[in-house]
Design a protein around this ligand. Sequence first.
Ligand code: NAD
Length: 448
Amino acid sequence: MSTEEQGGQKTATASKVAPATGKLGVMVVGLGAVATTMIAGVEAVRRGLAKPIGSLTQMGTIRLGKRTDNQSPLIKDFVPLADLNDVVFTGWDIFEDNVYESAAHAEVLDKEILVQLKPYLETIKPLPAVFDQYYVKRLHGTHVKTGKNKRDLANQLIEDIRNFKKTVDRVVMIWCASTEIFIEPSAVHQSIEAFEKGLDNNDIGIAPSQLYAYAALTEGVPFANGAPNLTVDMPAMVELSKRNAAPICGKDFKTGQTMMKTVLAPAFKARMLGVAGWFSTNILGNRDGEVLDDPQSFKTKEESKLGSLDYIFQPDLYPDLYKDLYHKIRINYYPPRGDKKEAWDNIDIFGWMGYPMQIKVNFLCRDSILAAPIALDLVLFMDLAKRAPSLRSIGIQEWLSFYLKSPQSAPGLYPEHDLFIQSMKLKNTLRHIMGADLITHLGLEYYD
Ligand SMILES: NC(=O)c1ccc[n+]([C@@H]2O[C@H](COP(=O)([O-])OP(=O)(O)OC[C@H]3O[C@@H](n4cnc5c(N)ncnc54)[C@H](O)[C@@H]3O)[C@@H](O)[C@H]2O)c1
């Protein structure tokens, strides 16, 4: 029988994904704009005050079988995801503000909705954080742990995780904290052994985000990285992730400008249109913008944002179209706008016989409104990965690239940036872990 469109690649051997029974504990590093918008949104959805718009896990469907089968269940009915009512939040921050106070300070959500959610939000109080201003120049943390060395600080985080584990059934961790300075991978990042030695010696290459990740993975807790920091993008963490069946993914939430880039660039390439230049600039005035105003944190972000076009355009394969592409990115801290970022893209493209054309994109977005559902989906999918026998011990969850600006991938494997390929990959992974037929979109069978 021909099963072209379904690919005939049924994964009959897929062993069963464990059910999502009991409470899912979510440990959020950094209770700032993105984190509080996610937490407040989840509570608003639970109370029927809002819809989870932008969240694939909550609103997305997945087609099963042939197009003529008319079978497209909700993703959350197809794979065993934690129910939002079973999600319990905790977290760390370098400031003592509870989630209500921090959300009010971030000014993303309206006062009216925050006041309704206040009794719940103010119960979530941050644990003291591991912080070092060397790695985030613009912040001065006051609610921080002290320890005799990095090993001691990591152990204190492990203690926090163990305490939380006593109150819930499963735990995942997500980094929603500030962008750290740019760190090149070095010897200390190459193996678990070297990393652990570095903890004892206070190696400068080990930033706080790595201590959280190390603590999570040591405890078998999945870790998602929403910032462009190195964090889990190193052999030591990949090894630890595999060893302890604690999935990892990163890095940097793909929200506004880069999301648009990874939609537009594949379209130009698919049509063999050339691109001479792509100038992207932003103004934003939230705390993230303030942190990124520091050149060393900006460098981390810039690296993360720059990669996508090169990978999508493959200038080596298409030198006539993309070899001379000039790609420039600017982020400008501009306080009056707060979280309401404005982004401009000017794209100089060229077509038939080299004739030039221009495209302008002006995206007036809300950073944390775009990022919150991504953070939620990552949390729920990472918990799913931990329960899926074919995913839990593979380390990097490349199928979650869909959500990430600078996706981690296996050594020697270029990352996939095209949003629609990423979306197909994500959905096929869900089909795969559930033993359903993969979909290749060939579809000759309809014309037999
Ligand atoms: N909003 C978006 O669209 C978007 C997109 C991609 C990535 N990001 C990244 O997500 C992260 C969060 O963004 P945000 O807008 O919520 O920023 P934010 O500044 O509002 O929140 C970050 C929080 O982390 C805390 N923090 C800093 N270092 C910490 C540490 N070591 N331990 C615990 N807490 C710490 C800060 O005090 C702050 O409350 C940033 O790294 C940002 O670059 C955001």
